[in-house]
Every structure is written in C-alpha cells, then in structure tokens.
Design a protein around this ligand. Sequence first.
Ligand code: HEC
Length: 200
Amino acid sequence: MNSKGFLLVILLFTLNSCKENTDPQQKVQPAEQAIDTREYLKKGQQIAMQTQQVLGTTLKQKIAEGGPENAIAFCNLRALPITDSLAKVHHARIRRVTNKTRNGVNRANSEALSIMKRYKDQLEKGETLEGVVYVKNDHIQTYYPIMTAHLCMQCHGIPVTDIKAGTMSSILERYPADRAKGYTPGELRGLWSIQFEKQP
Ligand code: HEC
C-alpha cells in the first residue's frame, strides 16, 4: 500500500469511529450496567463471614460464662456492635433470614425462600453453595448460606436431647412462636442477606 492509500485507511477508520460514537446504540453503557456484581458478592461475603465469626465467638463466651440460657440474647445481630459498624462502613443492611424463624422479623421472603430451596437441593447433590447477587432498582442484594454447627445445637437442635428444658423454656418465654429447632449439624439454617445502597 502506498502512503496515500494508508492515509485513506486511517481517514476511513477515523470517520467510522466518529460515526460509532454518535450512534445512539453505541453510547457509553449506563452506570446501571457498569455495576461490578462480583465486587459486591465478595464484599457481602466478607461482611457475612466477619459477623458470623464475632457471633460464634460471642456465643461461645456467653455459654462458657453461664450456659446457653445466659447466651440467648446474643444470637441476635442487634446485640453485636460489629453489625452496626460494618453496616455504616459499607452502606449496607445486614440481616439473617430463614424459613423456620425464632424471631418473626427474620422471615425469608419468596426470593430468599427459593434460594434456600436451591441450596438444599445442591447440598443433597454434594455441591458447594455459592453466594447470590441481584441488582435491584435502588440497591444491590446479596445472599449467602448459614449452616448449623455443633455449637448451635443447644439452642436450635432437638428439644430435650440437645436443648435443655431450662433453655427451651427461656427461649419460649421470649419467642412463643419459635420454629427454629429440630436441626442437626451441617444443615442449611438460613441466609445472610446483605443489601448495599446503590452509589449515585
Ligand atoms: C444460646 C442459644 C443460641 C445459640 C447457641 C444459637 N442461637 Fe441462633 N438464635 C437464638 C435466638 C434466641 C434467636 C432469635 C434472635 C432474634 O431475636 O433475632 C436466634 C436466631 C437465629 C437466626 C435468625 C433466624 C431466626 O430464626 O430468627 C439464625 C439464622 C440463627 N439463630 C442461627 C444460628 C446458628 C447458625 C448458630 C450456631 C453457630 C446459632 N444460631 C446458635 C439462640 C441461639
């Protein structure tokens, strides 16, 4: 190609790219679609893991101090200062939801229930459970599994066998409509629901 031809190619290329930029179909993607969902999924998981860890440590400590009855007020995110500070730092709303609630405010909505169902199917097949992220109109919603462990049994296990009579009656005093018992270790107990404010 001679130099004239080469210039022509450049010119055509430039004209073409100008045309593309003015084409409404080719406009820069709106911020809505530029949201990095993987980033939110990772951030939500960190928040869930950090809160879970503090929750576990607090429960163990309170049980060691005065048995499960002494710890009943501490399986509650509002009893943990870390929930507030993480929520503020990340502009997030941190909750736990489930199908079988002890406290009715933690009732799962239909979206969370269908994720729980999918997780249970996956557990049966021996698959690993992954977090879920949705971009909503005004927020980003993430979910992660909450599994039962041995520690949970003294308050969420089988009454009498795992949950002592005294513990059960203290639980029922506070939560007369309690359904959060009868679990065995390694079961899906519920979901972390971490919602992020959409940044303007
Ligand atoms: C000392 C008793 C105790 C132990 C141990 C305990 N919990 Fe709880 N759990 C409770 C109480 C009481 C509530 C209700 C808290 C509230 O008012 O939100 C609760 C609520 C929950 C909820 C919120 C949903 C609902 O049913 O209201 C989840 C999820 C949960 N527990 C999971 C666990 C897991 C997982 C473990 C083990 C790591 C565990 N709990 C250990 C007493 C306990």
